[in-house]
Write a protein that binds this ligand. Structure first.
Ligand code: ADP
Ligand code: MG
Length: 345
């Protein structure tokens, strides 16, 4: 990106001790740790950088770390990201308490539903003021920040049909688990594309929220769906016994054949498609082949997860397209941890 906007002012005056922000969602808690270039090492550094695994579910996603700021900016430094399972929140708070024994962090910034749900747990254990912020407002400002300041974080696939999983190729911070997507991409920066806004942001987390964004401080939630990442993981566990999100995605992308489960237009019309104007491989009914009482189609657990992923991704894409059209938006940006290992989705 050639033109880089100045960092936007913080809604509250920041101190040098303001290093930690949390986004506590229904499935995952996300921690961002700011490591300024100017300051020397901080008491929390030893804890944060001593390992990339914390407790039973905490993990620092090293490939997501980003440099930010610019000459003279107070935001010069590096952002580091840690994720943990929200149901381990109490353990996470205990670790934070241990990490901050010296008291060098004086207050915590938090967003997401968990900022409200776990406020009591956090404030009583950490004995620090908790500043809560609206999650959509943080999301929209975060998207604006990333688009303006972090090259390669937001991208568009040149040939989405040509994505070949996570093998090798471009390594970019936002390109999925390990930063790898084996496909061509085009960066979606702020410069040279006639501005960013209006933008439809589709946040696929536990559920789905669709937000029309006119600028970093102007947005409206326009739609949503309960069929998102939580639905995917819950059904993958129940249908195919997957243990983790990564395992579910791996199952879906390696060897799962959704056509063994789904009914396609060709399954209904046979070879003569002249009457419908659709191709034979258009999806007609998700899970349509496995609903019959007799002659059940043989399918594997991997086929079921692949069909589940196709069903959810199609549904999200459909909602996104309708919402964008209804609000005259040319661009749709997909965000949320559902896209963590985004090759298959
Ligand atoms: P929320 O803010 O609601 O917690 P996220 O944006 O963090 O939502 O996305 C949560 C979704 O991301 C899960 O429902 C799941 O589909 C997917 N996901 C990605 N990585 C993981 C993981 N390590 N554990 C659980 N779910 C994960
Ligand atoms: Mg969330």
């Amino acid at each position: 990106m050639s033109a880089v906007a100045a960092p936007r002012p913080s809604p509250v005056p920041l101190h040098m001790s303001d290093r930690v922000g949390l986004d506590i969602g229904g499935s995952l808690g996300k921690i961002v740790y700011f490591q300024p270039d100017a300051a020397g090492s901080h008491d929390l550094d030893a804890f944060i950088f001593g390992s990339s695994q914390y407790g039973s579910s905490g993990e620092r996603e090293e490939h997501l770390s980003v440099c930010c700021g610019g000459s003279g900016s107070p935001l010069n430094g590096k952002l580091h990201f840690i994720r943990f399972a929200t149901h381990r929140m109490e353990g996470a708070v205990q670790l934070m308490q241990r990490a901050n024994r010296s008291g060098s962090v004086c207050r915590i910034f938090a967003t997401g539903g968990g900022a409200y749900k776990f406020e009591g747990v956090m404030t009583s254990a950490l004995r620090l003021p908790l500043l809560k912020f609206d999650e959509f407002s943080c999301l929209v400002k975060g998207v604006d920040f990333m688009l303006n300041h972090v090259p390669k974080e937001c991208f568009r696939l040149r040939d989405p049909g040509g994505v070949r999983g996570h093998a090798s190729g471009w390594k970019g911070v936002g390109a999925g688990e390990g930063g790898c997507l084996d496909c061509e991409y085009e960066e979606l920066g702020a410069a040279g594309r006639g501005g960013l806004y209006p933008l439809t942001v589709v946040n696929v987390g536990s559920g789905v929220s669709i937000i029309k964004v006119d600028g970093p401080d102007a947005f409206e939630r326009i739609s949503g769906s309960s069929l998102g990442g939580g639905c995917f993981l819950g059904l993958a566990r129940r249908l195919a016994g997957c243990d983790t999100f990564k395992e579910a995605l791996a199952m879906a992308s390696s060897g799962g054949n959704p056509d063994a489960v789904d009914m396609l237009v060709g399954d209904i019309y046979g070879r003569d498609l002249s009457a419908v104007g659709l191709s034979a491989d258009t999806l007609a009914a998700s899970f349509g082949k496995v609903g019959g009482r007799d002659g059940q189609q043989a399918c594997s657990p991997a086929d079921l997860v692949a069909a589940l992923l196709r069903m959810l991704v199609n549904n999200v894409a459909h909602l996104a397209l309708m919402s964008a059209r209804q609000h005259s938006c040319q661009r749709v940006l997909f965000v949320g941890s559902f896209f963590r290992c985004c090759g298959s989705s």
